[in-house]
Write a protein that binds this ligand. Structure first.
Ligand code: GDP
Length: 219
Protein backbone atom coordinates (compact mmCIF):
# COMPACT_ATOMS: atom_id res chain seq x y z
CA UNK A 1 0.00 0.00 0.00
CA UNK A 2 1.43 3.37 -0.91
CA UNK A 3 2.86 5.17 2.07
CA UNK A 4 5.75 7.49 2.66
CA UNK A 5 6.75 5.81 5.86
CA UNK A 6 8.86 2.74 5.83
CA UNK A 7 8.48 0.28 8.64
CA UNK A 8 11.51 -1.74 9.60
CA UNK A 9 11.35 -5.52 9.80
CA UNK A 10 11.62 -5.15 13.57
CA UNK A 11 8.67 -2.74 13.75
CA UNK A 12 6.52 -5.07 11.67
CA UNK A 13 7.57 -8.13 13.67
CA UNK A 14 6.69 -6.39 16.93
CA UNK A 15 3.28 -5.51 15.50
CA UNK A 16 2.67 -9.11 14.51
CA UNK A 17 3.67 -10.35 17.95
CA UNK A 18 1.37 -7.88 19.71
CA UNK A 19 -1.57 -9.08 17.66
CA UNK A 20 -0.84 -12.80 17.33
CA UNK A 21 -2.17 -13.71 20.77
CA UNK A 22 -5.93 -13.41 21.33
CA UNK A 23 -7.46 -10.05 22.19
CA UNK A 24 -10.40 -9.92 24.53
CA UNK A 25 -13.33 -7.64 25.20
CA UNK A 26 -12.82 -5.93 28.57
CA UNK A 27 -16.01 -3.92 28.96
CA UNK A 28 -18.47 -1.54 27.38
CA UNK A 29 -18.28 1.88 29.01
CA UNK A 30 -21.51 3.87 29.13
CA UNK A 31 -20.29 6.63 31.45
CA UNK A 32 -16.85 7.98 32.20
CA UNK A 33 -17.08 6.77 35.79
CA UNK A 34 -16.90 3.23 34.39
CA UNK A 35 -13.60 3.72 32.54
CA UNK A 36 -10.83 1.32 33.46
CA UNK A 37 -7.96 2.92 35.41
CA UNK A 38 -5.67 5.03 33.22
CA UNK A 39 -2.70 2.84 34.09
CA UNK A 40 -1.48 1.86 30.61
CA UNK A 41 -1.24 3.19 27.07
CA UNK A 42 -4.48 3.55 25.14
CA UNK A 43 -5.32 3.93 21.48
CA UNK A 44 -8.82 4.73 20.25
CA UNK A 45 -10.52 4.07 16.92
CA UNK A 46 -13.06 6.64 15.78
CA UNK A 47 -14.92 7.33 12.58
CA UNK A 48 -18.21 7.86 10.85
CA UNK A 49 -20.73 5.08 11.09
CA UNK A 50 -20.09 2.45 8.41
CA UNK A 51 -16.50 3.59 7.81
CA UNK A 52 -15.31 0.03 8.40
CA UNK A 53 -14.16 0.40 12.01
CA UNK A 54 -15.41 -2.94 13.32
CA UNK A 55 -14.00 -4.72 10.28
CA UNK A 56 -10.63 -3.04 10.81
CA UNK A 57 -10.45 -4.00 14.50
CA UNK A 58 -11.42 -7.55 13.62
CA UNK A 59 -8.75 -7.63 10.87
CA UNK A 60 -6.10 -6.25 13.21
CA UNK A 61 -6.84 -8.83 15.88
CA UNK A 62 -7.62 -11.61 13.37
CA UNK A 63 -10.82 -12.18 15.31
CA UNK A 64 -13.89 -12.06 13.16
CA UNK A 65 -16.37 -11.39 15.93
CA UNK A 66 -14.43 -9.22 18.37
CA UNK A 67 -15.80 -5.82 17.38
CA UNK A 68 -19.42 -5.97 16.33
CA UNK A 69 -20.50 -4.27 13.18
CA UNK A 70 -22.63 -1.17 13.42
CA UNK A 71 -25.64 -3.08 12.19
CA UNK A 72 -25.67 -5.15 15.35
CA UNK A 73 -27.95 -3.64 17.97
CA UNK A 74 -26.41 -2.87 21.34
CA UNK A 75 -22.94 -1.66 22.21
CA UNK A 76 -23.40 1.23 19.81
CA UNK A 77 -23.34 4.09 22.31
CA UNK A 78 -20.67 2.49 24.44
CA UNK A 79 -16.94 2.89 24.42
CA UNK A 80 -15.89 -0.72 23.87
CA UNK A 81 -12.58 -1.61 25.46
CA UNK A 82 -10.34 -4.44 24.25
CA UNK A 83 -6.97 -5.68 25.43
CA UNK A 84 -4.28 -8.09 24.27
CA UNK A 85 -3.65 -11.26 26.28
CA UNK A 86 -0.25 -12.32 24.93
CA UNK A 87 3.01 -12.00 26.90
CA UNK A 88 4.05 -8.92 24.93
CA UNK A 89 0.92 -6.83 25.38
CA UNK A 90 -0.95 -8.03 28.46
CA UNK A 91 -1.36 -5.21 30.95
CA UNK A 92 0.25 -2.66 28.64
CA UNK A 93 -2.48 -1.48 26.30
CA UNK A 94 -6.17 -0.81 25.90
CA UNK A 95 -7.80 -0.40 22.52
CA UNK A 96 -10.98 1.69 22.56
CA UNK A 97 -13.62 1.26 19.89
CA UNK A 98 -15.64 4.49 19.92
CA UNK A 99 -19.22 4.60 18.67
CA UNK A 100 -19.52 5.76 15.07
CA UNK A 101 -20.71 9.27 14.33
CA UNK A 102 -22.48 10.91 11.44
CA UNK A 103 -25.67 8.90 11.19
CA UNK A 104 -27.64 10.56 8.43
CA UNK A 105 -30.86 10.54 10.40
CA UNK A 106 -29.76 10.03 13.97
CA UNK A 107 -32.15 11.32 16.60
CA UNK A 108 -30.80 14.35 18.41
CA UNK A 109 -30.68 12.49 21.73
CA UNK A 110 -28.39 9.91 20.18
CA UNK A 111 -26.07 12.53 18.76
CA UNK A 112 -26.00 14.32 22.12
CA UNK A 113 -25.15 11.09 23.92
CA UNK A 114 -22.30 10.44 21.48
CA UNK A 115 -21.05 13.98 21.83
CA UNK A 116 -21.01 13.97 25.60
CA UNK A 117 -19.50 10.57 26.18
CA UNK A 118 -16.96 10.54 23.38
CA UNK A 119 -15.86 14.14 23.61
CA UNK A 120 -15.44 13.93 27.37
CA UNK A 121 -13.40 10.77 26.96
CA UNK A 122 -11.24 12.17 24.17
CA UNK A 123 -10.55 15.44 25.91
CA UNK A 124 -9.89 14.11 29.38
CA UNK A 125 -7.94 10.89 29.11
CA UNK A 126 -4.30 11.26 30.06
CA UNK A 127 -3.33 7.73 28.98
CA UNK A 128 -4.78 8.15 25.47
CA UNK A 129 -1.74 8.09 23.20
CA UNK A 130 -3.31 8.30 19.78
CA UNK A 131 -6.71 8.37 18.13
CA UNK A 132 -6.93 6.58 14.82
CA UNK A 133 -9.48 8.54 12.85
CA UNK A 134 -10.89 6.31 10.14
CA UNK A 135 -11.85 7.81 6.81
CA UNK A 136 -13.47 5.94 3.93
CA UNK A 137 -11.00 6.03 0.99
CA UNK A 138 -13.87 6.73 -1.38
CA UNK A 139 -15.14 9.76 0.49
CA UNK A 140 -12.18 11.56 2.05
CA UNK A 141 -12.60 14.02 4.93
CA UNK A 142 -16.17 15.14 5.59
CA UNK A 143 -17.51 18.01 7.67
CA UNK A 144 -18.06 15.90 10.77
CA UNK A 145 -14.57 14.43 10.50
CA UNK A 146 -13.18 17.96 10.40
CA UNK A 147 -15.21 18.83 13.50
CA UNK A 148 -13.65 15.95 15.44
CA UNK A 149 -10.21 16.94 14.17
CA UNK A 150 -10.71 20.52 15.35
CA UNK A 151 -11.74 19.26 18.76
CA UNK A 152 -8.69 16.98 18.97
CA UNK A 153 -6.42 19.82 17.87
CA UNK A 154 -7.89 22.08 20.57
CA UNK A 155 -7.47 19.40 23.23
CA UNK A 156 -3.97 18.49 21.96
CA UNK A 157 -4.91 14.83 21.53
CA UNK A 158 -2.67 13.18 18.94
CA UNK A 159 -4.50 11.55 16.05
CA UNK A 160 -3.70 9.78 12.83
CA UNK A 161 -5.84 9.33 9.75
CA UNK A 162 -6.38 5.76 8.60
CA UNK A 163 -8.02 5.34 5.21
CA UNK A 164 -10.33 2.32 5.06
CA UNK A 165 -11.71 0.16 2.25
CA UNK A 166 -8.69 0.91 0.05
CA UNK A 167 -9.65 -2.07 -2.12
CA UNK A 168 -12.76 -0.24 -3.28
CA UNK A 169 -10.88 2.28 -5.41
CA UNK A 170 -8.06 2.15 -7.95
CA UNK A 171 -4.44 2.55 -6.86
CA UNK A 172 -4.37 5.84 -8.67
CA UNK A 173 -7.46 7.16 -6.91
CA UNK A 174 -6.05 5.94 -3.60
CA UNK A 175 -2.75 7.75 -4.17
CA UNK A 176 -4.78 10.88 -4.91
CA UNK A 177 -6.87 10.70 -1.74
CA UNK A 178 -3.75 9.93 0.33
CA UNK A 179 -2.03 13.00 -1.08
CA UNK A 180 -5.06 15.26 -0.65
CA UNK A 181 -5.58 14.07 2.93
CA UNK A 182 -1.92 14.58 3.78
CA UNK A 183 -2.10 18.15 2.49
CA UNK A 184 -5.34 18.78 4.40
CA UNK A 185 -3.61 17.72 7.63
CA UNK A 186 -0.91 20.38 7.47
CA UNK A 187 -2.81 23.06 9.46
CA UNK A 188 -3.95 20.53 12.07
CA UNK A 189 -1.64 20.81 15.05
CA UNK A 190 -2.38 17.43 16.63
CA UNK A 191 -2.50 15.39 13.42
CA UNK A 192 0.24 12.85 12.81
CA UNK A 193 1.50 13.75 9.33
CA UNK A 194 1.40 10.23 7.93
CA UNK A 195 -1.79 8.76 6.46
CA UNK A 196 -2.14 4.97 6.54
CA UNK A 197 -4.20 3.28 3.85
CA UNK A 198 -5.82 -0.02 4.79
CA UNK A 199 -8.20 -2.68 3.58
CA UNK A 200 -9.78 -5.18 5.92
CA UNK A 201 -10.79 -7.11 2.84
CA UNK A 202 -7.30 -7.63 1.34
CA UNK A 203 -5.22 -7.04 4.45
CA UNK A 204 -3.39 -4.12 2.85
CA UNK A 205 -1.88 -1.78 5.43
CA UNK A 206 -2.89 -4.00 8.36
CA UNK A 207 0.68 -5.03 9.24
CA UNK A 208 1.69 -1.35 9.20
CA UNK A 209 -1.19 -0.44 11.48
CA UNK A 210 -0.26 -3.26 13.87
CA UNK A 211 3.32 -1.97 13.88
CA UNK A 212 2.09 1.56 14.59
CA UNK A 213 -0.02 0.40 17.54
CA UNK A 214 2.87 -1.70 18.86
CA UNK A 215 5.27 1.24 18.66
CA UNK A 216 2.82 3.36 20.65
CA UNK A 217 2.10 0.70 23.26
CA UNK A 218 5.55 -0.75 23.69
CA UNK A 219 7.89 1.95 22.45
P1 GDP B 1 -18.41 0.34 11.15
O1 GDP B 1 -19.81 0.83 11.19
O2 GDP B 1 -17.46 1.48 11.00
O3 GDP B 1 -18.03 -0.59 12.25
O4 GDP B 1 -18.27 -0.46 9.76
P2 GDP B 1 -18.25 -2.02 9.47
O5 GDP B 1 -16.97 -2.61 9.85
O6 GDP B 1 -19.50 -2.61 10.01
O7 GDP B 1 -18.28 -1.99 7.86
C1 GDP B 1 -19.32 -1.38 7.15
C2 GDP B 1 -19.47 -2.08 5.79
O8 GDP B 1 -18.30 -1.89 5.02
C3 GDP B 1 -19.67 -3.58 5.90
O9 GDP B 1 -20.58 -3.98 4.91
C4 GDP B 1 -18.28 -4.15 5.64
O10 GDP B 1 -18.32 -5.44 5.07
C5 GDP B 1 -17.73 -3.15 4.65
N1 GDP B 1 -16.27 -3.03 4.75
C6 GDP B 1 -15.57 -2.74 5.87
N2 GDP B 1 -14.24 -2.71 5.62
C7 GDP B 1 -14.09 -2.99 4.31
C8 GDP B 1 -12.96 -3.10 3.43
O11 GDP B 1 -11.78 -2.93 3.81
N3 GDP B 1 -13.21 -3.37 2.12
C9 GDP B 1 -14.47 -3.57 1.65
N4 GDP B 1 -14.61 -3.83 0.34
N5 GDP B 1 -15.55 -3.47 2.45
C10 GDP B 1 -15.38 -3.19 3.75
Amino acid sequence: MASDVTFSEEDLALGERLFEAPWVFVKGVVGLEHLPPADRAEVAFAGRSNVGKSSLINALTRQGGLARTSNTPGRTQELNVFEPTGPLGAGRLYLFDLPGYGFAEAPKAKVDAWTMLVKDYLRGRSSLKRVFLLIDSRHGLKANDLEIMAMLDAAAVAYQIVLTKADKISERALAKVEAATTVALVPHAAAFPVVLATSSETGAGIAELRATVAAIALG
